[in-house]
Design a protein around this ligand. Structure first.
Ligand code: HEC
Length: 404
């Protein structure tokens, strides 16, 4: 039942997100492609011609509002709301209900489940309030100051949560903070502004142009945040991205990369030659992320009593690693896990016999040697010298299979 519920929610969440981001991309591109023309109706700003699905579309944009309100208006808001609601439900179902696996890292802080949930929710609200305040204060100041302040806010939050929560929990927390900012922009700023404009039109007053400007600012932020948020949401399949010591630094880097990619397309859609140079900073930043994730992987110390034996004979390499894996992993990764409320091996990964271990060795390596993803929140205290022994086994197997 749980798995079904999770899948259905995820399905819904991804589809709502596609609808939202699709319309967001569409409108930004449309805005940028508008051309002015003397023959357009009064109060209009520009027009665009498009062809799609066998028909031609002629779109005209009114910066504040048309002189007369049309009888029917399509609003774009449910895509955003549905994305948030389904996303939050997923967060609650997976991360909050399973806080001891996905959020809490007892070595960092031994939170009670409910404490972790409260800290997460407070952070989501805090992120929005501070972001909103920065936007309001800096409406009159320089746009670069604004962007830099938001960037610093996210970087600091990313660091704080990586200190408080497990690596995976921290990553998802920042994704949620960013996603919430985007949806709150729609719910609290863009839509209320548009409602005020419609209300003044109904009263035959001239709407305040301020609402359009503020909405434009927020909608542009949403546009630039889209790619980083999606990156964070899908990165939980890749432990070497979210679960190494400096993973929190990867988030600000991805913010820059995502913004550069959006910038490329935004320029392209205005019809100007796009800035192909952005490929260079992107390559540099991606390499930097890879470097950071390698730098932050568990520091393996080989100074334990068995170290000298491991080097000489392959046999203890296997028995040592196997002993560690059985004692530190198989309370969950077993046909009948001993872990509370766990009814089958997570992801069908069983680590009980030698064959199990040999079959899963690459995945074991990426989850517990190349990153801190397993054990979740280090619940079973896997020590660094034990990780080293798992690595030893992995490398030995790698060598043996290569030589064959
Ligand atoms: C407290 C329970 C628990 C312990 C202990 C634990 N795991 Fe896991 N493991 C999980 C859960 C839960 C998942 C599923 C994670 C997810 O949904 O992405 C998982 C997933 C995995 C996967 C599959 C990852 C994937 O997405 O393909 C591997 C491999 C793995 N664990 C290895 C290990 C190793 C190696 C250890 C011991 C060093 C370990 N686990 C200890 C709970 C545990």
């Amino acid at each position: 039942m749980n798995e079904w519920l999770e899948l259905i929610l995820r399905w819904f969440h991804v589809i709502a997100g596609i609808a939202w981001i699709g319309s967001s991309f569409y409108f930004i591109a449309l805005d940028l492609s508008l051309k002015q023309n003397k023959n357009l109706p009064p109060k209009s700003y520009g027009e665009a011609w498009q062809v799609h699905g066998g028909g031609f579309y002629h779109l005209v944009k009114y910066l504040v509002a048309p002189s007369k309100l049309p009888s029917e208006l399509t609003w774009f808001k449910w895509e955003a709301y549905a994305t948030w609601v389904s996303g939050f439900a997923l967060l609650a179902l997976i991360y909050y209900a399973g806080a001891e696996l996905y959020m809490i890292d007892i070595i960092k802080y031994d939170f009670e489940k409910y404490e972790a949930v409260i800290i997460s929710i407070l952070g989501i609200i805090f992120g929005w309030l501070v972001y909103d305040m920065i936007c309001r204060i800096s409406l009159k100041t320089n746009v670069y100051t604004l962007i830099l302040s938001i960037f610093i806010l996210i970087t600091i939050m990313s660091w704080i949560y990586s200190e408080l929560f497990s690596y995976r929990g921290a990553f998802m927390q920042i994704g949620t903070v960013l996603g919430t900012i985007m949806v709150a922009n729609v719910l609290m700023v863009i839509i209320p502004g548009q409602k005020k404009v419609v209300a003044s039109l109904i009263k035959n007053e001239t709407p305040d142009a301020k609402y359009g400007m503020v909405a434009k600012q927020r909608s542009l932020h949403n546009n630039y945040l889209t790619l980083p948020v999606i990156f964070i949401m899908i990165s939980n399949h890749y432990p070497i991205i979210y679960a190494t010591k400096y993973s929190w630094l990867i988030i600000p880097i991805i913010l820059i990369i995502g913004a550069l990619i959006r910038h490329f397309f935004n320029v392209k859609h205005t019809g100007i030659k796009p800035p192909y140079w952005i490929i260079f900073p992107i390559i540099i930043l991606l390499s930097l992320s890879m470097f950071i994730s390698n730098l932050g992987k568990p520091k393996l110390t080989k100074t334990n009593q068995n170290a000298h034996i491991i080097k000489i004979i392959p046999e203890p390499i296997l028995t040592n690693a196997q002993e560690i894996i059985i004692s530190k992993c198989s309370m969950c990764h077993a046909k009948e896990p001993l872990w509370d409320n766990m009814h089958s091996a997570p992801k069908q990964v069983m680590l009980e016999t030698t064959e199990d271990i040999l079959m899963n060795i690459e995945n074991i390596y990426s989850q517990s040697v190349a990153s801190f993803a397993m054990p979740p929140g280090n619940v079973s205290f896997l020590e660094n010298h034990e990780r080293a022994q798992i690595e030893e086994l992995y490398l030995t197997i790698l060598n043996l299979t290569k030589n064959k």
